[in-house]
Design a binder for this molecule. Structure first.
Ligand code: NAD
Length: 484
């Protein structure tokens, strides 16, 4: 897919409602992970461009956008959601080429992006304050107000979904956004911005500056006129972002991934669980913050679950994104190196099953066969560290207490699930598991646009998605009137 076929120019930034080249005129390559070929170039935005984008956002806050009503913002987001829906097929093809996501999965992301716009469009005018009973002669009430300029630094694994949940909620609350997409995956961010202009978002309300993390990303996260930061990505970068936010004393939402477990008890409906157990590990080639990379199984059903999962793994096929197989390539040769490095560290472990990279997959693609490992000690680095590739570990347990101990025994705490038909156990474990989401007899709940999402521990803090995100993207003001 030549980038000249796109309906927008990918080598530009959107600043103050105008598409413009970066001040330096420099560009970065767009690599198709399915074959390693350069598709075209995107802008290499730097500090000067971030300064211009933040200034445009400040001007928007001081102008019509800052005075917009919640109803108007809701209508704009709803219109944007409609435009996204009308472009779902193009967005899916762009994403498949840019990040190597199998076409069906890319399409699901585009539909989810539309859904975020619809959800936050509908929610914009339903965020309310409260009146607070206070002393005689007072009336006290609270207002939810935008932070002002919000910075959004997003990763390459789910560009459309993460932009939808982060920028969608921020715009609904009336913030003006500066978005720095990941250098590996800018195209759908630019497409989204173009659709936002078409939907009628005023100049400066949404600005997009592609560029490198250490340049545009660092400039945005340390900018003194940014009032809130939202980041999804690695723990290492999250620490840098939080440090930068601390210097300016601004709030930050961090979503840093996980090592999410599914707990399978002997009384579970195992046939119902199996597709969830596998899909939650291999979706998007395992490059999912909420991937379920640890499968904990009660010993009496361990062999059966292992055998059934192995059968499913053996049937998995990996190939170019446009072939729309179970898995596409990883995002880059670098990511393939990271995942291969983990598998090397697990050379002592038992490989139960592997999927297959199709014979005619291009040699330049970042392909890796999905791998299921058995009997993995819970303290092994493959059972502790986020791999961000299609690798799942099976861990047996003998009691409910041991299962909880293993599940809570990593530094992460994003998502977990419990497979059991025992209602009391479901309720007990829902309380005991130290994760931001717990699923009972399911995993991932259909994308979960409406469901608050975020972590504990190294998985980060703050909540995105659902209505809850609107609180994160706003600041609460208390008004106390003494009227006698
Ligand atoms: P990363 O954290 O480096 O990149 C994520 C975003 O942060 C990108 O937009 C990047 O440009 C930006 N960034 C990088 N350095 C920055 C800096 N100094 N200041 C400001 N912004 C900066 O992630 P990566 O290098 O693309 O991937 C490495 C690992 O991160 C993966 O192997 C995976 O474990 C993890 N990861 C997690 C998620 C997630 O959803 N939790 C997403 C992507 C990557």
């Amino acid at each position: 897919m030549p980038l000249s076929d796109l309906w927008f120019d990918p080598a530009l930034c959107l600043i103050d409602g105008r598409w413009q080249p970066p001040a330096s005129g420099e560009t970065l390559p767009v690599i198709n992970p399915s074959d390693g070929a350069e598709l075209g170039r995107i802008a290499r935005g730097q500090a000067q461009d971030i300064d211009a984008a933040v200034a445009a956002a400040e001007a928007a806050m001081a102008g019509d956008w800052g005075r917009s009503t919640a109803v108007e913002r809701g209508r704009l987001l709803t219109r944007l959601g409609q435009l996204v829906l009308e472009h779902v097929d193009q967005l899916a093809v762009i994403e498949a080429h840019d990040v190597g996501k199998p076409l069906t999965q890319a399409r699901n992301d585009a539909v989810a992006l539309a859904r975020y716009c619809e959800f936050y469009g509908g929610a914009a005018d339903k965020v309310m304050g409260e009146t607070i009973p206070y002393l005689d002669g007072y009336t006290v009430y609270t207002l939810r107000e935008p932070h002002g300029v919000t910075g959004h630094i997003v990763p390459w694994n789910y560009p459309m979904q993460i932009i939808g949940r982060s920028v969608g909620a921020a715009l609904a609350m009336g913030n003006a956004c500066v978005l720095k997409p990941a250098e590996e995956a800018c195209l759908t961010a630019l497409a989204f911005a173009d659709l936002a202009v078409q939907a009628g978002f005023p100049a400066g309300s949404l600005n997009v500056v592609p560029g490198l993390g250490a340049e545009a990303g660092a400039a945005l996260s340390s900018h003194k006129c940014v009032h809130h930061l939202s980041f999804t990505g690695s723990v290492a970068t999250g620490r840098l972002i939080q440090t930068a936010a601390a210097q300016n004393v601004v709030p930050v939402t961090l979503e840093l991934g996980g090592k999410s477990p599914q707990l399978v008890f002997a009384d579970a409906d195992i046939d119902a669980a199996l597709p969830f157990l596998v899909n939650a590990g291999i979706q998007n080639a395992g490059q999912t913050c909420s991937a379920s990379s640890r499968i904990l199984v009660e010993r009496s059903v361990y062999d059966r679950v292992a055998e059934e999962m192995a059968k499913r793994y053996a049937a998995l096929r990996v190939g170019p994104a446009m072939r729309d197989l179970h898995l596409g390539p990883l995002i880059s040769a670098r990511q393939k190196g990271i995942v291969s490095g983990f598998l090397d560290k697990g050379a002592d472990l038992k490989i139960l099953a592997r999927g297959e990279v199709v014979d005619d997959a291009p040699a330049g693609g970042a392909y890796i066969a999905p791998t299921l490992l058995a009997d993995v000690p819970p303290d092994h680095c493959l059972a502790q560290d986020e791999i961000f590739g299609p690798v799942q570990v099976l861990i047996p347990f003998d009691s409910e207490d041991e299962a909880v101990q293993i599940a809570n025994g990593t530094d992460y705490g994003l998502v977990s699930s419990v497979w059991s038909q025992n209602g009391a156990r479901q309720m007990r474990l829902a309380r005991k598991l130290k994760t931001g989401q717990v699923f009972l007899n399911n995993y991932g709940a259909g994308g979960g646009v409406e469901l608050p999402f975020g972590g504990r521990g190294l998985s980060g803090h703050g909540r995105e998605k659902g209505f809850e995100a609107l609180y994160g993207f706003s600041t609460l003001k208390t008004v106390a009137a003494l009227h006698g």
